[in-house]
Design a protein around this ligand. Sequence first.
Ligand code: ADP
Ligand code: MG
Length: 241
Amino acid sequence: MSASLTGTGLHLTLGRNHVLRGIDIHVDAGTTTTVIGPSGSGKSTLLRVLNRLHEPDRGDVLLDGKSVLREDPDRLRQRIGMVFQHFNLFPHKTVADNIALGPRKLRGLSKDAARALAIEQLEIVGLADKADARPGNLSGGQQQRVAIARALAMRPEIMFFDEATSALDPELVKGVLGLMSELASGGMSMIVVTHEMGFARSVSDNVVFMDQGQVVETGAPEALFDAAETPRLRKFLSQVL
Ligand code: ADP
Ligand code: MG
């Protein structure tokens, strides 16, 4: 089941950098929020605070309305699926074994049940015929779809994508974005950090524009892209569109 997620008043200092300066973000259950903004604005750090890879100095994170800051971090990260720019698949394991590993170790599934689940997830991402291949024999786009299948096999309540298509050859980007669109329309809650403005505009329910550790503007895609209110967002859009 998809969950809502809320971050309120989030602050984080790393070293001498006040990286997050009072972030508020809310994602309704079953909706997709894209986070856009210049490099270094704190997008990745925000995702890392929302799934507690960093503990915030101030503020709270609520999943389904309940604070997660006292929840066991390992348990929390099972509830949040994460897909990165680099897929980090185990090269010596088959595609199916990469997907089955988490459900076996963390969800206690038997070998057969985990294998069946892996195949089922591979069907969803259109790669059932690659179950016994090694990741190295797949294209970058296929590997990223395996990474998405691996995250989905944990039955997450929300998915985070951090520049999931940035490392892909241009001709492979469309397939991964298409899969992400399908997940979104299937009712998955998602936060998507991306430079793909077409995706942000056409798929997301909400867009968050970050700059220098703050949310500068947030709203529906049409409002942000066609009627940006701040000079900072107008400048950013003029550079990326
Ligand atoms: P984005 O994902 O928007 O490009 P990041 O969240 O990666 O931005 O980084 C935001 C800022 O935080 C950058 O200025 C970066 O240098 C800084 N930062 C990230 N991680 C650390 C760290 N471990 N120590 C100090 N500064 C960091
Ligand atoms: Mg980043």
